[in-house]
Write a protein that binds this ligand. Structure first.
Ligand SMILES: C[S@@+](CC[C@H](N)C(=O)[O-])C[C@H]1O[C@@H](n2cnc3c(N)ncnc32)[C@H](O)[C@@H]1O
Length: 271
Protein backbone atom coordinates (compact mmCIF):
# COMPACT_ATOMS: atom_id res chain seq x y z
CA UNK A 1 0.00 0.00 0.00
CA UNK A 2 0.68 3.47 0.74
CA UNK A 3 2.21 1.64 3.58
CA UNK A 4 3.24 4.85 5.30
CA UNK A 5 -0.33 5.03 6.64
CA UNK A 6 -1.27 2.13 8.88
CA UNK A 7 -5.01 1.98 8.73
CA UNK A 8 -6.74 1.10 12.04
CA UNK A 9 -9.24 -1.14 10.23
CA UNK A 10 -6.33 -2.89 8.52
CA UNK A 11 -4.75 -3.78 11.87
CA UNK A 12 -8.09 -5.14 13.11
CA UNK A 13 -8.82 -7.15 9.96
CA UNK A 14 -5.23 -8.44 9.82
CA UNK A 15 -5.95 -10.15 13.13
CA UNK A 16 -8.88 -12.16 11.76
CA UNK A 17 -7.69 -12.76 8.18
CA UNK A 18 -6.57 -16.36 8.82
CA UNK A 19 -9.95 -17.46 10.12
CA UNK A 20 -12.14 -15.21 7.97
CA UNK A 21 -12.94 -17.83 5.32
CA UNK A 22 -13.85 -20.45 7.87
CA UNK A 23 -15.94 -18.10 10.01
CA UNK A 24 -17.67 -16.17 7.24
CA UNK A 25 -16.89 -17.12 3.62
CA UNK A 26 -17.69 -20.81 4.15
CA UNK A 27 -20.44 -20.29 6.74
CA UNK A 28 -23.97 -21.20 5.65
CA UNK A 29 -25.14 -17.66 6.39
CA UNK A 30 -22.21 -16.07 4.57
CA UNK A 31 -22.89 -18.22 1.53
CA UNK A 32 -26.62 -17.46 1.56
CA UNK A 33 -26.08 -13.69 1.79
CA UNK A 34 -23.28 -13.74 -0.80
CA UNK A 35 -25.41 -15.70 -3.27
CA UNK A 36 -27.75 -12.72 -3.43
CA UNK A 37 -24.88 -10.31 -4.13
CA UNK A 38 -23.49 -12.67 -6.79
CA UNK A 39 -26.82 -12.65 -8.62
CA UNK A 40 -26.61 -8.85 -8.76
CA UNK A 41 -23.00 -8.99 -9.96
CA UNK A 42 -23.99 -11.42 -12.74
CA UNK A 43 -26.85 -9.15 -13.81
CA UNK A 44 -24.64 -6.06 -13.81
CA UNK A 45 -21.26 -6.97 -15.33
CA UNK A 46 -20.19 -8.78 -18.48
CA UNK A 47 -17.18 -10.73 -19.56
CA UNK A 48 -14.50 -8.26 -20.64
CA UNK A 49 -15.49 -5.55 -18.13
CA UNK A 50 -12.80 -4.12 -15.86
CA UNK A 51 -13.96 -3.92 -12.25
CA UNK A 52 -12.31 -2.21 -9.31
CA UNK A 53 -13.04 -4.10 -6.12
CA UNK A 54 -12.77 -2.30 -2.78
CA UNK A 55 -12.26 -4.18 0.50
CA UNK A 56 -11.91 -7.50 -1.32
CA UNK A 57 -11.01 -9.50 1.80
CA UNK A 58 -9.75 -12.97 0.88
CA UNK A 59 -10.81 -12.61 -2.75
CA UNK A 60 -14.01 -14.64 -2.88
CA UNK A 61 -15.86 -12.13 -5.08
CA UNK A 62 -12.79 -11.27 -7.15
CA UNK A 63 -12.34 -14.92 -8.12
CA UNK A 64 -16.08 -15.26 -8.76
CA UNK A 65 -15.99 -12.31 -11.18
CA UNK A 66 -12.75 -13.40 -12.83
CA UNK A 67 -14.24 -16.85 -13.49
CA UNK A 68 -16.86 -14.99 -15.54
CA UNK A 69 -14.25 -13.27 -17.68
CA UNK A 70 -14.33 -9.98 -15.74
CA UNK A 71 -10.93 -8.41 -15.23
CA UNK A 72 -10.60 -7.49 -11.55
CA UNK A 73 -8.32 -5.08 -9.73
CA UNK A 74 -9.01 -6.07 -6.13
CA UNK A 75 -7.89 -3.95 -3.18
CA UNK A 76 -8.08 -4.06 0.59
CA UNK A 77 -6.53 -2.11 3.47
CA UNK A 78 -5.47 -5.30 5.25
CA UNK A 79 -2.15 -6.78 4.16
CA UNK A 80 -3.10 -10.14 5.65
CA UNK A 81 -6.37 -10.26 3.72
CA UNK A 82 -4.48 -9.45 0.51
CA UNK A 83 -1.88 -12.14 1.28
CA UNK A 84 -4.68 -14.65 1.78
CA UNK A 85 -6.37 -13.56 -1.48
CA UNK A 86 -3.12 -13.89 -3.43
CA UNK A 87 -2.57 -17.37 -1.98
CA UNK A 88 -6.06 -18.41 -3.08
CA UNK A 89 -5.52 -16.94 -6.52
CA UNK A 90 -2.31 -18.92 -6.97
CA UNK A 91 -3.68 -22.20 -5.66
CA UNK A 92 -7.25 -22.08 -7.00
CA UNK A 93 -6.97 -20.34 -10.34
CA UNK A 94 -3.65 -18.69 -11.18
CA UNK A 95 -4.69 -18.06 -14.79
CA UNK A 96 -7.67 -15.85 -13.89
CA UNK A 97 -7.49 -12.10 -14.67
CA UNK A 98 -7.20 -10.73 -11.11
CA UNK A 99 -4.68 -8.41 -9.52
CA UNK A 100 -4.66 -7.95 -5.74
CA UNK A 101 -3.13 -4.90 -4.11
CA UNK A 102 -3.11 -3.50 -0.58
CA UNK A 103 -4.89 -0.16 -0.94
CA UNK A 104 -7.26 1.38 1.58
CA UNK A 105 -10.54 2.85 0.34
CA UNK A 106 -9.29 6.22 1.60
CA UNK A 107 -6.19 5.89 -0.62
CA UNK A 108 -7.79 5.41 -4.03
CA UNK A 109 -5.90 8.52 -5.17
CA UNK A 110 -2.86 6.23 -5.42
CA UNK A 111 -4.45 4.43 -8.39
CA UNK A 112 -3.06 6.18 -11.45
CA UNK A 113 -4.90 8.01 -14.21
CA UNK A 114 -4.10 5.28 -16.72
CA UNK A 115 -6.53 2.94 -14.93
CA UNK A 116 -10.22 3.15 -15.74
CA UNK A 117 -13.01 0.75 -14.93
CA UNK A 118 -16.48 -0.21 -16.16
CA UNK A 119 -17.49 -1.05 -12.61
CA UNK A 120 -16.77 -1.03 -8.90
CA UNK A 121 -17.75 -3.51 -6.20
CA UNK A 122 -17.60 -3.20 -2.44
CA UNK A 123 -19.07 -6.18 -0.68
CA UNK A 124 -19.89 -6.74 2.96
CA UNK A 125 -19.30 -3.53 4.78
CA UNK A 126 -15.86 -2.19 3.86
CA UNK A 127 -17.52 1.17 3.18
CA UNK A 128 -18.97 1.09 6.71
CA UNK A 129 -15.38 1.42 7.98
CA UNK A 130 -14.93 4.77 6.19
CA UNK A 131 -15.79 7.92 8.16
CA UNK A 132 -16.04 10.29 5.18
CA UNK A 133 -17.36 8.85 1.93
CA UNK A 134 -17.26 12.10 -0.04
CA UNK A 135 -13.57 11.88 -1.06
CA UNK A 136 -14.12 8.22 -1.93
CA UNK A 137 -16.96 9.20 -4.27
CA UNK A 138 -14.75 11.83 -5.88
CA UNK A 139 -11.92 9.33 -6.51
CA UNK A 140 -14.31 6.71 -7.85
CA UNK A 141 -15.76 9.32 -10.19
CA UNK A 142 -12.25 9.80 -11.57
CA UNK A 143 -11.66 6.06 -11.99
CA UNK A 144 -15.03 4.91 -13.40
CA UNK A 145 -16.12 5.59 -16.96
CA UNK A 146 -19.49 7.30 -17.55
CA UNK A 147 -22.28 4.74 -17.34
CA UNK A 148 -20.21 2.43 -15.09
CA UNK A 149 -22.02 0.54 -12.34
CA UNK A 150 -21.02 0.54 -8.70
CA UNK A 151 -22.41 -2.17 -6.42
CA UNK A 152 -22.03 -1.28 -2.76
CA UNK A 153 -23.16 -3.79 -0.16
CA UNK A 154 -23.12 -2.06 3.22
CA UNK A 155 -24.31 -2.98 6.69
CA UNK A 156 -27.77 -1.50 7.10
CA UNK A 157 -28.61 1.11 9.74
CA UNK A 158 -31.53 -0.94 11.06
CA UNK A 159 -31.40 -4.71 10.95
CA UNK A 160 -34.77 -6.07 12.09
CA UNK A 161 -33.35 -9.56 12.73
CA UNK A 162 -30.62 -8.18 14.98
CA UNK A 163 -32.96 -5.97 16.96
CA UNK A 164 -35.45 -8.79 17.59
CA UNK A 165 -32.74 -11.41 18.26
CA UNK A 166 -31.10 -9.32 20.98
CA UNK A 167 -34.37 -8.03 22.45
CA UNK A 168 -35.39 -11.70 22.87
CA UNK A 169 -32.12 -12.18 24.80
CA UNK A 170 -32.70 -9.08 26.94
CA UNK A 171 -29.66 -7.32 25.44
CA UNK A 172 -30.93 -3.83 24.57
CA UNK A 173 -27.44 -2.44 23.98
CA UNK A 174 -26.76 -4.87 21.12
CA UNK A 175 -30.34 -4.73 19.88
CA UNK A 176 -30.05 -1.04 19.07
CA UNK A 177 -26.30 -0.68 18.55
CA UNK A 178 -26.56 0.38 14.88
CA UNK A 179 -29.40 2.82 15.31
CA UNK A 180 -27.38 5.96 16.25
CA UNK A 181 -25.42 5.57 12.98
CA UNK A 182 -22.01 4.59 14.39
CA UNK A 183 -20.68 1.98 16.79
CA UNK A 184 -17.37 0.44 17.75
CA UNK A 185 -16.64 -3.18 16.88
CA UNK A 186 -13.82 -5.08 18.56
CA UNK A 187 -11.90 -7.66 16.51
CA UNK A 188 -9.47 -9.64 18.67
CA UNK A 189 -8.97 -6.65 20.93
CA UNK A 190 -8.67 -4.11 18.08
CA UNK A 191 -11.35 -1.45 17.93
CA UNK A 192 -12.83 -0.35 14.62
CA UNK A 193 -15.34 2.44 14.24
CA UNK A 194 -18.26 1.29 12.09
CA UNK A 195 -20.57 3.80 10.43
CA UNK A 196 -24.09 2.96 9.34
CA UNK A 197 -25.07 5.46 6.63
CA UNK A 198 -28.66 5.46 5.46
CA UNK A 199 -29.41 5.05 1.76
CA UNK A 200 -30.17 8.77 1.58
CA UNK A 201 -26.80 9.63 3.15
CA UNK A 202 -25.02 7.32 0.69
CA UNK A 203 -26.76 8.97 -2.25
CA UNK A 204 -25.86 12.44 -0.97
CA UNK A 205 -22.21 11.42 -0.53
CA UNK A 206 -21.97 10.07 -4.09
CA UNK A 207 -23.96 12.78 -5.92
CA UNK A 208 -23.64 14.29 -8.47
CA UNK A 209 -21.09 11.81 -9.84
CA UNK A 210 -23.31 8.80 -9.17
CA UNK A 211 -27.07 8.27 -9.39
CA UNK A 212 -29.03 5.59 -7.56
CA UNK A 213 -30.33 2.83 -9.85
CA UNK A 214 -31.66 0.30 -7.33
CA UNK A 215 -31.78 -0.77 -3.70
CA UNK A 216 -31.82 -4.41 -2.68
CA UNK A 217 -31.93 -5.94 0.79
CA UNK A 218 -29.42 -8.67 1.63
CA UNK A 219 -30.09 -10.85 4.65
CA UNK A 220 -33.62 -9.81 5.49
CA UNK A 221 -34.90 -13.16 6.79
CA UNK A 222 -31.47 -14.79 6.43
CA UNK A 223 -29.90 -13.70 9.74
CA UNK A 224 -26.57 -11.98 10.48
CA UNK A 225 -23.53 -14.25 10.70
CA UNK A 226 -23.49 -14.52 14.50
CA UNK A 227 -26.60 -16.72 14.19
CA UNK A 228 -24.48 -19.34 12.37
CA UNK A 229 -24.91 -22.12 14.94
CA UNK A 230 -28.69 -21.56 14.90
CA UNK A 231 -28.65 -21.61 11.08
CA UNK A 232 -26.68 -24.87 10.97
CA UNK A 233 -29.31 -26.52 13.14
CA UNK A 234 -32.14 -25.14 10.98
CA UNK A 235 -30.92 -25.64 7.41
CA UNK A 236 -34.42 -26.09 5.99
CA UNK A 237 -35.53 -22.82 7.58
CA UNK A 238 -32.45 -21.13 6.15
CA UNK A 239 -33.24 -22.42 2.66
CA UNK A 240 -36.80 -21.14 3.02
CA UNK A 241 -35.52 -17.77 4.30
CA UNK A 242 -33.11 -17.47 1.36
CA UNK A 243 -35.98 -18.08 -1.07
CA UNK A 244 -38.18 -15.56 0.71
CA UNK A 245 -35.38 -13.00 0.66
CA UNK A 246 -35.41 -13.15 -3.14
CA UNK A 247 -38.98 -11.89 -3.01
CA UNK A 248 -38.64 -9.46 -0.12
CA UNK A 249 -35.37 -7.86 -1.21
CA UNK A 250 -36.99 -5.36 -3.59
CA UNK A 251 -39.96 -4.30 -1.46
CA UNK A 252 -39.75 -0.67 -0.27
CA UNK A 253 -39.93 -0.41 3.51
CA UNK A 254 -38.62 -3.97 3.92
CA UNK A 255 -35.51 -3.99 1.72
CA UNK A 256 -33.60 -1.62 4.01
CA UNK A 257 -34.29 -3.63 7.17
CA UNK A 258 -31.91 -6.50 6.44
CA UNK A 259 -28.39 -7.16 7.69
CA UNK A 260 -27.04 -5.52 4.53
CA UNK A 261 -28.32 -3.30 1.78
CA UNK A 262 -26.97 -3.47 -1.77
CA UNK A 263 -26.98 -0.19 -3.68
CA UNK A 264 -26.54 -0.06 -7.42
CA UNK A 265 -25.21 3.36 -8.37
CA UNK A 266 -24.37 4.51 -11.88
CA UNK A 267 -21.58 6.89 -12.85
CA UNK A 268 -23.39 9.82 -14.40
CA UNK A 269 -22.37 11.18 -17.77
CA UNK A 270 -22.54 14.91 -17.08
CA UNK A 271 -20.84 15.31 -13.71
C1 LIG B 1 -16.39 -8.07 6.30
S1 LIG B 1 -14.95 -8.04 5.35
C2 LIG B 1 -15.56 -8.27 3.70
C3 LIG B 1 -14.51 -8.86 2.79
C4 LIG B 1 -14.95 -9.25 1.40
N1 LIG B 1 -15.43 -8.11 0.65
C5 LIG B 1 -15.99 -10.32 1.43
O1 LIG B 1 -17.02 -10.16 0.74
O2 LIG B 1 -15.80 -11.35 2.07
C6 LIG B 1 -14.55 -6.33 5.35
C7 LIG B 1 -13.25 -6.04 4.61
O3 LIG B 1 -13.11 -4.64 4.51
C8 LIG B 1 -11.74 -4.33 4.64
N2 LIG B 1 -11.66 -2.92 5.04
C9 LIG B 1 -12.10 -2.34 6.16
N3 LIG B 1 -11.86 -1.04 6.14
C10 LIG B 1 -11.26 -0.79 4.96
C11 LIG B 1 -10.78 0.40 4.34
N4 LIG B 1 -10.89 1.56 4.95
N5 LIG B 1 -10.20 0.30 3.13
C12 LIG B 1 -10.12 -0.91 2.51
N6 LIG B 1 -10.55 -2.06 3.04
C13 LIG B 1 -11.12 -1.99 4.25
C14 LIG B 1 -11.24 -5.30 5.68
O4 LIG B 1 -9.84 -5.44 5.68
C15 LIG B 1 -11.98 -6.56 5.28
O5 LIG B 1 -11.24 -7.31 4.37
Amino acid sequence: MNASVIHPAAVAFDSIADEYDQVFTRSVIGKAQRAQVWRAIERTFRSGDRVLELNCGTGEDALFMARRGISVFATDASGEMIRSAKRRHLTEAADLPVKFEQIAIESLASIGEHNSFEGAVSNFSGLNCVADLRPVACELARLLVPGASALFCISARICAWETLWYIARGDARRAFRRWPGAANAVLKGHEVEIHYPTVRKMCRAFAPWFALRSIMGVGILVPPSYAESWARQHTRSLTFMSKMDRLLCHIPGIRTLGDHVLLHLERTVEA
